[in-house]
Design a protein around this ligand. Structure first.
Ligand code: 5AD
Ligand code: SF4
Length: 474
């Protein structure tokens, strides 16, 4: 499992929520005028959730507050929640349970419940967790500073889906890393029957292309070399240009070396986007294209608007124009009514496509979505067993993909230190995590390497034309 995947899923342990009903929200944070107020933002969800956390951080920093890396040191803790599956949503309550405990000096932090759980269950949070001071949805977080002021006299809530775009109200970004996210599109009109996103993130909206080009230029001026365009339905982007048009404009920015985008819907893989994969060198050869199931019967019940065959046809077109494209997907096992034969179709599509990476989830009932009330819910034990078989097939596929890249020479954008001294970890064009030791190289560099070893979730690489090569390969 890659770090990106962890960020994407926000999955973890199965904490039980701590009951909150005997607590009041009236323990004020003592004023400490000698130092800046401190904040901590915790992300629970997908890349867009991580992006939103960064932007909330930008807002609070612009207020003169200081970011800290743990909730224990913070005066304000923002829990940026995810509603996509039940487990992800429940994590909010276990965190609140911890944060509401008084600290040694009797204080506790101001608690902000943000993100998609706040949007979907604001009233329930208010009733179940009196310790929460601010409840703010993903389309209203530009109001966070105002809400924190309001919270001094009582709980503040904003879960509106305002017509005025929040992006216009956000301050400049403080990005320091070489790879940055850029949200270009939000919301979804597709209404897959399992999914909460159309309810939590609202209808599809695209940011104007001119704003995005300006934001990208500002990011590059701050040293960003790679931009990942984000949207729940990113390839449905229509902000004056198509996604392919936007990619072509961004590719003209000097200093921007790599462009990626996620997450796409199979129905919106247009011809001009396929052509961009053939023609735009800076567009990386990687596509995350969730299929959810390999069974056309289940896809119909999911309201996915594509079949197994149309999905495979799209991939064939893409591979025809960009033969080295690496593919990833999302899968749900145990959707209501899924039979063993349907599941066999899912296993077979995994083998047929040869995904470089894939993310798999047990179907999780989301209240208010059509699938929640479908008959034939699949027993948990069956879901567990199918998930294990699917994950084994996915791991086998990822290892096969990584093995197939041994011997390739490529560029790696170095992103973070590795485990051993001198090691750095970066991304290949195919989004593999590559572990490499290059004396003198630093995070943010793009280095030329050869892939020499493969594991399911990473590859080992050595520098090309570099004295370290012989020793590292030995
Ligand atoms: N249960 C399980 N997985 C889900 N996803 C979305 N909704 C659900 C649900 N109710 C998965 C899909 C989607 C990914 C982000 O999360 O695979 O692509
Ligand atoms: Fe979770 Fe979906 Fe919200 Fe992302 S958009 S934080 S995956 S519910």
């Amino acid at each position: 499992m890659t770090d990106d995947h962890r960020r994407q899923t926000g999955y973890g342990s199965e904490n039980q929520p701590e009951p909150d009903s005997h607590v009041t929200s009236s323990t004020p944070q003592p004023e400490q005028p000698d130092r800046a107020r401190r904040y901590h933002v915790k992300s629970f969800g997908c890349q867009m959730n991580v992006y939103d956390s960064e932007r909330m951080g930008d807002l609070l920093s612009a207020q003169g507050m200081e970011a800290v890396s743990t909730p224990d040191e913070a005066d304000v803790v923002v829990l940026n929640t995810c509603h996509i599956r039940e487990k992800a949503a429940e994590k909010l309550y276990s965190d609140i349970g911890r944060l509401r405990q008084p600290r040694a000096d009797g204080s506790r932090p101001t608690i902000v419940a943000a993100g998609c759980v706040a949007q979907a269950e604001g009233a329930e949070i208010a009733a179940r967790a009196p310790a929460v001071d601010v409840i703010v949805g993903p389309l209203a977080y530009h109001r966070l500073p105002d809400l924190l002021k309001e919270a001094q006299t009582g709980r503040a809530i904003d879960t509106d889906m305002p017509a005025v775009p929040k992006f216009d109200a956000l301050p400049a970004r403080r990005v320091t890393q070489a790879s940055a996210f850029l949200t270009v599109q939000e919301g979804c009109d597709k209404f897959c029957t399992f999914c909460v996103v159309p309810y939590t993130r609202g209808p599809e909206t695209s940011r104007p292309a001119a704003d995005l080009i300006a934001e990208a230029q500002a990011l590059v001026a701050r040293g960003v070399k790679e931009i990942t365009l984000l949207g729940q339905n990113v390839n449905a982007y229509h902000g004056g240009l198509t996604l392919a048009g936007l990619i072509r404009e961004l590719a003209a920015i000097d200093g921007l070396e790599r462009i990626r985008y996620t997450t796409s819907h199979p129905r919106d893989m247009s011809d001009d986007l396929l052509a961009a994969h053939a023609e735009v060198e800076k567009l990386m050869p990687y596509l995350h294209l969730p299929v959810q199931s390999g069974s056309s019967r289940v896809l119909k019940a999911m309201n996915r608007a594509h079949t197994r065959e149309s999905y495979l046809a799209t991939l064939a077109q893409l591979r025809a124009v960009r033969p080295d494209i690496a593919l990833s997907g999302d899968f749900i096992v145990g959707f209501p009514g899924e039979t063993e034969a349907d599941f066999a179709d899912t296993l077979s599509i995994v083998r047929e496509v040869q995904y470089a990476a894939a993310y798999s989830f047990k179907y999780s009932i989301r209240p208010g979505t059509p699938a929640a009330s479908m008959a034939d819910q699949v027993p948990e034990a069956v879901k567990d067993e199918r998930l294990a078989r699917l994950q084994a097939a996915i791991t086998e596929g990822s290892l096969a993909f990584n093995n197939s890249t041994i011997g390739r020479r490529c560029k790696v954008l170095l992103e973070r230190p590795g485990r051993k001294p001198g090691q750095l970890i970066g991304k290949t064009p195919w989004l593999q995590s590559a572990v490499v030791s290059i004396p003198g190289a630093v995070i943010g560099d793009i280095v030329e390497v050869e892939i020499v070893g493969a594991m399911p979730n990473s590859v080992e690489a050595v520098p090309v034309n570099h004295p370290a090569r012989e020793s590292a390969a030995a």
